[in-house]
Structures are given as structure tokens and as C-alpha cells.
Design a protein around this ligand. Structure first.
Ligand code: ADE
Length: 233
């Protein structure tokens, strides 16, 4: 998979892609993430990429030309499945959307900043708008990192069998059950006996019950949907 991220603050994106699972995915060549500094596509020698909003005065808006120029150059190299714009008024990101996007080959992600981007980019160039939640970040960079992380960990070969994404919360419509590691006793806080029993069937049953219990109390909306879907099957 190829992910191209367009930003005017490339440094904000350096570290997330150079650590842990995302770094491993890059090393194994399962994904290639290129960060493009919008200033390299500026239309003048001042490296300007933003300007005052028409009719409002205050607040800077990212200009259409540098974004369009960067995207044209990328599109000359390959065809993109989606051109994504990170914005709080986009469609709310969730696991099904991560699953769908993980099946794509080439993605562009545009990070907004300041007051946003020229609306014409959204009208004519962007194919999908994503929000990571009902709050406003200073820019789309951290949101782009969140979305990329959720997608990349799903790519075949990125996670080992033991950490398979199939056992993640949300993947089967339930929250994941609790997990424990050594020591089996700390102070007088014990790991549940069943997990030490070696009885695989009983452990699976315990895990499912804990998942159901946790989903019912923490996410009643998910629990109701899960029950409805089960009845429909
Ligand atoms: N940019 C600023 N806030 C955002 C959010 N909540 N989701 C996606 N992009 C954003």
C-alpha cells in the first residue's frame, strides 16, 4: 500500500511512522508512507501556502494551487483510490472504515491547518472527508497519523498471529476482554484462576463472557447492535 500525506507541518508526522508497528510495516515493505511538505509546492519564493480568507479577513486558509500541484505530480505516478481530507466535519472514522481503507492500494491524505483549506479543493479534488471525533485539533496531521495507524496494522503480514487484528475490540462488534500477564499474584490482586487453568475451551468461554459484559456496560449501543445482528443470522 502507498500512502501520501500532504502537510504544511511535516515534522509533526516524522515520529509516528518511525516507531513500532508502523516502522516494521515500512521495513517489511508492506506499506510506503511519503510525507509531502506543501511548502515545496508553493507558488512563490516566499514558500507561501496560505492566505487570508475572502470576505472574513481573519484566519488563514490553505491555498488551492500548492495542494493541486502536489496532487497532480502524485497522480502522474499512480492512480489513487481515495483523496482524503482530514476535517472535523467529515464522516466519523471507525473500524469498518479502517477495514475498507486497508483494502485500497494508493491513498492521498491532505492535512488541513489554520482555518481550513480552500473549499474548491474539497469540491473538486477530495473524494472522502474523515473526522476522528467531535473535537477540533490544531491541524489534520495527528488525525492523519491515527487513520494511517488504524489502516496499516490491518495489512496482511504487519501483525503477527498472536497480535492479530481479528481479536481487536470492534472487529467482531464487541469490546476486547481484559488481559493479564505475570505475576499471577500482585499484592492480593490475583489473575482469574480460569486463565491459569490451561482449559482452552473454558478460557474462550470466559473471554467471550467478559467481552459481552464489558460491551454491555461500557457501550450499550454496540451491545444492542451485536444482539440484533446475532438474531438476524
Ligand atoms: N482536523 C482538526 N480536527 C480534526 C478532527 N477532529 N478530525 C480530523 N481532522 C481534524
Amino acid at each position: 500500500m502507498q500512502i501520501d500525506i500532504i502537510t504544511c507541518l511535516p515534522k509533526l508526522l516524522e515520529s509516528p511512522f518511525n516507531q513500532s508497528i508502523l516502522h516494521r510495516a515500512k521495513t517489511k515493505e508492506l506499506v510506503n508512507v511519503d510525507i509531502h511538505d506543501l511548502r515545496d509546492y508553493s507558488i512563490n519564493k516566499h514558500k507561501q501556502v496560505d492566505d487570508y480568507a475572502y470576505g472574513v479577513g481573519a484566519g488563514m486558509v490553505l491555498m488551492i494551487e500548492p495542494i493541486a500541484k502536489c496532487i497532480e505530480q502524485l497522480q502522474a505516478k499512480r492512480t489513487y483510490d481515495e483523496i482524503i481530507y482530514m476535517t472535523p466535519d467529515g464522516e466519523t472514522f471507525n473500524q469498518p472504515m479502517a477495514n475498507q481503507l486497508s483494502l485500497k492500494k494508493n491513498l492521498i491524505i491532505i492535512c488541513g491547518h489554520y482555518k481550513g483549506i480552500d473549499e474548491r479543493v474539497r469540491e473538486h479534488i477530495v473524494t472522502k472527508e474523515i473526522s476522528i471525533g467531535d473535537f477540533v485539533l490544531s491541524g489534520g496531521e495527528l488525525a492523519a497519523a491515527v487513520v494511517s495507524d488504524a489502516i496499516i496494522r490491518l495489512l496482511p503480514g504487519v501483525l503477527s498471529d498472536e497480535t492479530s487484528a481479528l481479536t481487536d475490540s470492534f472487529q467482531d462488534g464487541l469490546l476486547a476482554p481484559p488481559v493479564y500477564t505475570r505475576p499471577a499474584q500482585y499484592n492480593d490482586w490475583n489473575v482469574p484462576d480460569i486463565l491459569l487453568s490451561g482449559n482452552e475451551a473454558k478460557i474462550q468461554e470466559w473471554r467471550l463472557n467478559k467481552s459481552l459484559e464489558r460491551t454491555k456496560t461500557r457501550r450499550p449501543d454496540m451491545y444492542e447492535k451485536f444482539k440484533k445482528d446475532q438474531m438476524g443470522e
